[in-house]
Design a protein around this ligand. Structure first.
Ligand SMILES: C[S@@+](CC[C@H](N)C(=O)[O-])C[C@H]1O[C@@H](n2cnc3c(N)ncnc32)[C@H](O)[C@@H]1O
Length: 223
């Protein structure tokens, strides 16, 4: 009887692993340099993940490239992401933070996605060194985080305002908030209206060429 229970348990564990770990993932070879690793991430790992973009609701590659550029151009150091999924955008932001010497904390509510994100970030060579994945409801996790963040990327679908409100007390004076806008008519209308009524935030929508957009807000000093 004990043997049967053990075999069934082992089969269930194996099934759970197969169901949550993406088959066929490219594994990193031995790199001669950090630059070689980054080239592999850009040319092999990220394109492999892009095949599954719709399943995980990842940002398009052009939005990922833009997020990396933004982090570098504005020299962000402490970043927060809400909505990790399998870690695709976290890898782009992480690549930016590698260049600035910064760190990303990314929050995901679904445990199976947290596992996948950690596996992908590990392949990218970013896990724990540059990116920390936190499992939980961002509305509960964010208030418990220490310190201030100078960059926040919110990517949890159309209901953004509760997440923005949760992040607000944790933002530095020079913070930038980026929100991913889904590609449907009127998406984020309420958020855009709310931000337009806040004089301490300057907001614009950046269209990278993808049907989605990124709503960017920079905090300014008001007199
Ligand atoms: C659009 S996907 C994120 C895609 C990801 N940013 C990317 O581009 O690779 C949204 C994710 O937010 C997660 N999510 C939804 N509500 C959440 C919450 N309250 N706290 C943390 N994560 C949440 C979902 O489970 C989902 O994986």
């Amino acid at each position: 009887m004990f043997k049967v229970v053990s075999v069934v348990t082992a089969l269930l564990v194996a099934f759970a692993l197969v169901a949550t770990v993406q088959p066929g993932a490219p594994e990193p070879p031995k790199f001669k340099s950090e630059n070689e690793r980054r080239i592999w991430v850009l040319s092999t790992l990220l394109p492999w993940m892009e095949q599954f973009r719709e399943r995980y609701h990842n940002v398009p590659r052009s939005d990922g490239e833009f997020l990396r550029w933004l982090v570098i151009a504005t020299q962000r150091k402490r970043a927060l992401e809400i909505g990790t999924a399998n870690g695709y955008s976290a890898i782009w932001i992480g690549l930016g933070l590698e260049a600035t010497g910064g760190h990303l904390t990314t929050i995901e509510i679904q445990p199976d996605l947290v596992r996948e994100a950690k596996a992908n970030l590990k392949r990218a060579g970013l896990l724990d060194k540059v990116v920390t994945v936190v499992e939980g409801d961002a509305l509960k996790v964010v208030p418990q985080l220490d310190g201030k963040f100078d960059f926040a990327f919110i990517d949890v679908g159309p209901k953004v305002m509760p997440f923005f409100e949760a992040v607000l007390p944790k933002l530095s004076d020079n913070a930038i908030v980026a929100v991913h806008r889904p590609p449907f008519e009127g998406a984020l209308k309420d958020y855009l209206k709310a931000m337009s009524e806040k004089p301490e935030w300057v907001t614009t929508v950046v269209q990278t060429g993808a049907p989605t957009g990124i709503v960017l807000s920079a905090r300014i000093k008001t007199r």
